[in-house]
Design a protein. Structure first.
Length: 426
């Protein structure tokens, strides 16, 4: 087996069909231990072989592997080369035991520290994976089209029994084993690794129900009194997009977590959205500018549950396909939440700003080939988001009365799958 990854995308004869991940989190020492079971299935169209590559961050300390032997690691590509045991077939299982630091860098499972009103400092762990940092939390095929079932179990010391643990699925059960409390979460079907999540901390929430789905906004302790506007907006967006896409929200719950340290405005983790704390606003005393910004951000992230999660992109070169649409959806839903804000005008100004950026020589096409993992983060910019939104406005104008039905058809046709730009026109 070659020790190098020849392509930025993996071409495996066997790909993960499910991940079962158990992490023991130690916030006192900023570390966690992981035990993982990966079930593989045969990948059609790829020549049969025992050689498989999975993504694994260079800082992940692998202690034990069963069901395969490690044949090498490619530090540049962040991959682990495996030679599967025996004559592998559908259902072949590989298990890993590993450990990793909970780092300050806001990628993978990272440190989030906050202070309460009494000045006391509290520790929290949060995840952010998009585009290529799921591999820093667990071993996976870290690509948007690589859907697999995901089951998470999180162990905490009994001294942290009052801490809240969140993930994509609802909490299925909690059990105490000696001085350890284990949180078992329901399995989420067919999710790309970059959309999985885990949050551990002293949290509180406000909640409601929308479309028969429990909706909650979580905050650090002492801040839930500011979460009513975010909750109202999330519930409105869920109802609005179910009607717009003519497709029910597919998961059994929807959480929004206001994280004290978060690297971007928001992240559409499926069923467990993460946002910056600036979404926590008291509606009666906050400026219209702040309310508009928070509402459009929340609506953007909620829309991703359909455009980006239920239907995801095949590869990062199609980033505009999910972000351009989500940007349009965010403004559209927030405009219907409060028409007096005239957010359609704000959207037009954002597109104009992107076109100004696009005049410069360093700009790039809306869809750009990705030849190296380092290039992926470089296209998370105004061109992919805002110029992409401009293309969506053009499509809306071109299709006219057929617009809403066409978008709904696209979502329904490709749900639980991935698409390329060309499929948008079909």
């Amino acid at each position: 087996m070659s020790s190098a990854t020849n392509s930025v995308k993996l071409h495996n004869p066997f790909v993960p069909s499910s991940y079962d991940l158990h992490v023991s989190v130690d916030l006192a020492n900023w570390r966690y231990e992981g035990k993982e079971k990966v079930v593989l299935r045969r990948s059609p169209g790829v020549e049969a072989s025992r050689e498989v590559q999975l993504h694994c961050g260079n800082s992940v300390n692998i202690q034990c592997v069963t069901g395969a032997a490690i044949a090498g690691r490619d530090e540049k590509a962040g991959t682990l080369q495996l030679l599967l045991d025996g004559e592998p077939a559908d259902g072949h299982t590989v298990t890993f035991a590993f450990s990793h630091e909970i780092r300050e860098e806001m990628r993978g499972l990272y440190r989030a520290v906050f202070k309460t009103s009494d000045g006391a400092e509290h520790r929290m762990a949060a995840t952010h994976f998009e585009p290529t940092a799921a591999r820093l939390f667990y071993i996976c095929q870290d690509e948007p089209s690589a859907r697999a079932d995901f089951t998470l179990h999180v162990s905490l010391p009994s001294s942290m029994a009052g801490f809240t643990v969140l993930s994509n699925g609802p909490l299925k059960s909690k059990e105490t084993q000696g001085d350890t409390v284990i949180h078992h979460f329901e399995t989420i079907p067919a999710v790309p690794p970059y959309l999985t999540s885990c949050f551990v901390g002293e949290l509180e929430f406000v909640g409601t129900t929308a479309c028969g789905i429990p909706v909650k906004v979580y905050t650090t302790v002492g801040k839930s009194y500011k979460a009513a506007f975010a909750l109202k907006t999330t519930a409105f967006a869920l109802e609005y997009f179910e009607k717009f896409f003519k497709c029910k929200y597919p998961l059994p719950k929807l959480d929004v977590v206001a994280v004290p340290d978060f690297p971007i405005g928001g992240m559409e983790n499926w069923g467990c959205i993460a946002c910056v704390e600036s979404i926590l606003l008291e509606e009666q005393t906050s400026s219209v500018v702040s309310l508009k910004r928070a509402a459009s951000l929340i609506c953007h992230e909620v829309s991703h549950n359909w455009f980006g999660n239920l239907v995801t992109i095949n590869w990062w070169e199609g980033l505009w396909l999910k972000e351009g649409f989500a940007s349009w959806c965010g403004y559209d839903a927030a405009h219907h939440l409060e028409p007096s804000w005239k957010l359609n005008e704000d959207a037009a100004m954002e597109v104009t700003g992107a076109l100004v950026t696009d005049m410069y020589e360093h700009s790039h096409p809306v869809e750009v080939p990705i030849h190296d993992p380092a290039e992926i983060t470089q296209i998370f910019d105004d061109i992919s988001y805002s110029k992409g939104m401009g293309l969506v406005f053009m499509l809306q104008a071109f299709l006219g009365e057929k617009w809403a039905a066409s978008v709904a058809h696209y979502i329904q046709k490709h749900q639980y799958s991935d698409t390329r730009t060309i499929q948008l026109w079909q």
